[in-house]
Design a binder for this molecule. Structure first.
Ligand code: XMP
Length: 315
């Protein structure tokens, strides 16, 4: 991409050429799909409709935050509430790739239904280069099935349109800035949501634990960044581990769960370095997680692995 303004102009022209009829836009509230949605609305006007799915796998306060983001970006959108549907699709699934496939399939089914109602035959997604490169589009082996690439079932009647597929994350940030999307520096959040931050079975209860732990990590890191105790990391979150571990509450030994805290620095998510936050910040995170989830989460670990060899997310 040479400059965001000319990229945006060309993308709008391409979208007009690629979409003769109507399109629905898979809008997650991340900067990728928000940028794709704004370009599509510019190109198609009333022939485009952005759909935001509440999967029940979102972060605390996400539905309100996304609504606010879309409103201030000037994007028209509809919300579809679908928690039961996604939790149902994930019931009993522990394999990370299978989770991604199930979430991807559920998304596509839902978008097919929504497209049917709107009379659309195109689905616009905010896929960017690292998504499809890591899903096996260029590398020989599949590192990970990104829900918005590998999860698309064969035989869907929707034609995919991916206006950002050649961009890397830092280019999308520049584009988002150009398009007037507020808060373009907000950290990324994976499409399959908390399903890939719950190691092992995904139940409503375990998703709630992951959600509470994620919110605490976000709050404490953001507080420390604002207080200039640490530089702003690329991404910071919690993962509910698939292991049981012993803790103590009062005089009792309890068998609870463990959470891993991940805080990384990166430029484009292709590689990443485990950050070294102040020990006091980590201590506060551990204290709050084990207090707010008392008897449920009894141990908090800090992940010191770079990418590679690890990925940023656990699954
Ligand atoms: P990994 O874990 O592969 O993640 O090192 C690289 C970056 O991508 C985010 N991520 C996703 N984004 N759909 C997305 O749109 C996904 O399925 C997905 N999985 C991971 C991850 O949070 C990190 O920023």
């Amino acid at each position: 991409m040479n400059d965001p303004a000319s990229f945006a102009r060309q993308a709008v022209e391409r979208l007009r050429a690629e979409v003769p009829g109507r399109a629905i836009i898979a809008a997650s509230g991340g900067i990728d799909s928000t940028a794709a949605a704004l370009l599509t609305e510019k190109a198609l006007g009333d022939r485009a409709r952005a759909v935001f799915v509440d999967t029940g796998l979102l972060r605390q306060g996400e539905v309100d935050r996304v609504g606010e983001l879309f409103r201030s970006s000037g994007l028209r959108y509809d919300v579809v509430a679908a928690s039961d549907r996604f939790l149902g699709a994930l019931a009993g699934v522990t394999d990370p790739e299978e989770k991604r496939r199930r979430v991807g399939t559920e998304f596509i089914r839902l978008f097919e239904e929504e497209a049917g109602r709107f009379g659309a035959d195109r689905l616009v997604q905010g896929t960017i280069a690292p998504d499809w490169i890591e899903s096996g589009g260029e590398l020989r082996s599949t590192i990970k099935t990104h829900h918005n690439v590998g999860g698309v079932p064969k035989g869907t009647r929707l034609v995919l349109v991916e206006p950002l597929r050649d961009l890397y994350k830092d280019e999308v940030r520049a584009l988002a800035h150009h398009l007037g999307i507020p808060e373009p520096n907000r950290q990324p959040f994976p499409g399959p949501g908390l399903a890939v931050r719950v190691d092992g079975p995904v139940t409503a209860e375990r998703v709630r634990r992951a959600r509470v732990a994620n919110a605490i990590v976000e709050e404490e890191v953001e507080r420390a960044v604002e207080a200039k105790e640490m530089p702003r990391p690329w991404q910071y979150f919690a993962v509910l581990l698939g292991t049981r571990t012993v803790g103590v509450t009062g005089d009792n030994r309890v068998l609870g769960e463990a959470v891993s805290v991940r805080i990384v620095d990166s430029v484009d998510a292709m590689t990443a370095t485990a950050a070294s936050p102040p020990r006091a910040v980590l201590g506060k995170i551990a204290e709050r997680i084990t207090r707010d989830l008392a008897g449920e989460v009894v141990r908090v670990l800090y992940d010191i692995t770079d990418k590679p060899p690890a990925t940023i997310e656990w699954e």
